[in-house]
Design a protein around this ligand. Structure first.
Ligand code: LMR
Length: 396
C-alpha cells in the first residue's frame, strides 16, 4: 500500500521548530514560527491563564462533550472581544461564533463552508500571505487568486491592491488580515480600509477577515477597528479569531469562526451548516483553551490582568523592533532596515533574500522563514547585537 506514497518536504514554518531544536549552537536564535518569547527565550503562560486554569481544575465537574459550536460562554465572550462589548450586532443576534481548533481550524471551517455552500466562488489572498492560506483553501477545493499587497521592493501596494480587487468577479471571497499582516507586518491605514470597504461593496465581495493577532498591533480595541467597521457596514461577513497568541494558548488550539449575517434566521441557517461541517472535521472542538478564555473574559479582575499582559507583550515587541534597527546602525544598515520599526505585530518582512536567510541559518544559527520573514516576537534584547552583526555579514 505505502510503497507508492511520495515524501513531501516538511512544513516551511513548523519544520523550523525541529531544525532549531536539533541545532547544538548555544548562540542559536529562533525567529521562525510566530511564537512570543520573553527575555529568557521562553514562551510564558500568561498569569491570567494560570489563574484561570487553577480555578478550572477546582471547579470543572465533567469532561463530557461540548456542543458542535463549542462552549456558549466562550462564544459570547469572544464575540464581545472581537466586535466590541456594546456591539449592536450582539444585541440584535446578528453574529455568532463557532468554536474551532485554533485560527487554522476556523479557516478550514470557513473554507469548507464556502466550498460547500457558495459554489463557484473563488477566494482572493494577499500576495504574499501566510503559506497555509494557500494550501488550506486549495485543499478545500476553492479556486485561489491573489491581489498585490507587498511588492519586491518590500513596500505596501495599496493602489495596486485596490485596482486588483476592483477586477475580482462579483460575489467572490476576499481574505483580509485584520492587523499585524502575516508575513509582512505591513498594515493598511484606516483610510485604506475605508477604500477597501468601498470596493468590497461595489463588487459585492464576501470578506473573510483573519484576526489572529488581536492586541499585538496597536491595542486590543484598536486592532479590531477594521473588523468592527466591516461588521457595521456590511450585512454579511466571516471572521476567524485566534486565541493562540494573545492568550498564549498555542497548543490548546483555541479559536472561532464568527459569522455576521443580515438577519437572525439567516444566521441560524449558516450556523447549522457550520455545525454539520465541523462534525465531519473534528466532531466537537477541544474544551480546555476555550474554558480558559471564557473564565478570563468573564471575570473583571482576570480580564484586566490579561489585558495588561497582552499590552506588555505588544510594547516589548515594538521595543525589539526599534532595538534591532538601533543595533543595525553601527553597521550602517539602520536606514535600509528602518521598515522593521514601522511594521506591526509579530512578524517582519525583512527584505532579506532566501540565500541570505540560508546563510544566517548555516553560519549563525539564526532561523527565519525563507521568504525573509522574521518573528520579531522571538528575539531577545540581549541578542540584538548578535543578530545585527549576523545580518550585516550576510548583507556585505
Ligand atoms: C506563523 O505563521 O508562524 C504562525 O501563524 C504559526 C503557524 O501556525 O504557522
Amino acid at each position: 500500500h505505502f510503497a507508492s506514497v511520495a515524501r513531501v518536504p516538511g512544513d516551511p514554518i513548523l519544520g523550523l521548530i525541529d531544525a532549531y531544536r536539533a541545532d547544538s549552537n548555544p548562540a542559536k536564535l529562533d525567529l521562525g514560527v510566530g511564537v512570543y518569547k520573553d527575555a529568557q527565550g521562553l514562551t510564558p503562560i500568561p498569569r491570567a491563564v494560570k489563574l484561570a486554569e487553577q480555578r478550572l481544575v477546582d471547579s470543572e465537574t465533567t469532561k463530557t462533550y461540548i456542543g458542535g459550536h463549542g462552549a456558549p460562554e466562550f462564544g459570547e465572550q469572544l464575540l464581545r472581544l472581537v466586535l466590541g462589548a456594546d456591539s449592536a450586532l450582539l444585541r440584535d443576534e446578528l453574529a455568532g461564533a463557532t468554536q474551532a481548533p485554533g485560527g487554522t481550524g476556523a479557516l478550514r471551517l470557513a473554507g469548507e463552508f464556502i466550498a460547500r455552500n457558495l459554489p463557484g466562488r473563488g477566494i482572493w489572498l494577499s500576495d504574499p500571505t501566510w503559506p497555509i492560506h494557500e494550501t488550506l483553501f486549495a485543499t478545500c477545493g476553492l479556486k485561489v487568486g491573489h491581489y498585490p499587497y507587498v511588492d519586491a521592493s518590500n513596500q505596501l501596494q495599496v493602489e495596486a491592491m485596490l485596482a486588483a480587487l476592483a477586477q475580482v468577479p462579483v460575489g467572490d471571497v476576499v481574505l483580509l488580515h485584520a492587523c499585524c499582516h502575516n508575513p509582512t507586518g505591513f498594515d493598511l491605514s484606516q483610510a485604506d480600509w475605508r477604500r477597501v470597504l468601498e470596493v468590497v461593496k461595489a463588487r459585492e465581495l464576501l470578506p473573510l477577515i483573519d484576526f489572529a493577532y488581536q492586541g499585538f498591533g496597536a491595542g486590543l480595541d484598536e486592532d479590531a477597528w477594521a473588523v468592527r467597521l466591516f461588521a457595521a457596514e456590511l450585512p454579511e461577513l466571516l471572521i476567524t479569531s485566534s486565541c493562540s497568541k494573545n492568550f498564549g494558548l498555542y497548543r490548546e488550539r483555541t479559536g472561532a469562526l464568527i459569522v455576521r449575517a443580515a438577519d437572525s434566521s439567516q444566521l441560524a441557517d449558516v450556523r447549522s451548516q457550520l455545525a454539520a461541517i465541523a462534525r465531519n472535521l473534528w466532531s466537537t472542538p477541544p474544551a480546555h483553551g476555550a474554558a480558559v478564555v471564557a473564565t478570563i473574559l468573564g471575570d473583571s479582575q482576570l480580564h484586566a490582568l490579561w489585558a495588561e499582559e497582552v499590552e506588555a507583550m505588544r510594547l516589548r515587541i515594538a521595543s525589539l523592533r526599534s532595538g534591532l534597527v538601533a543595533a543595525l546602525q553601527p553597521h550602517g544598515l539602520d536606514e535600509r532596515f528602518a521598515h522593521i520599526a514601522a511594521q506591526r505585530g509579530m512578524f517582519s518582512y525583512t527584505g532579506l533574500s532566501a540565500a541570505q536567510v540560508q546563510r544566517l541559518r548555516e553560519e549563525f544559527s539564526v532561523y527565519m522563514v525563507s521568504s525573509g520573514r522574521a518573528s520579531v516576537a522571538g528575539m531577545a534584547e540581549q541578542r540584538l547585537e548578535y543578530l545585527a552583526a549576523a545580518i550585516a555579514r550576510v548583507c556585505a
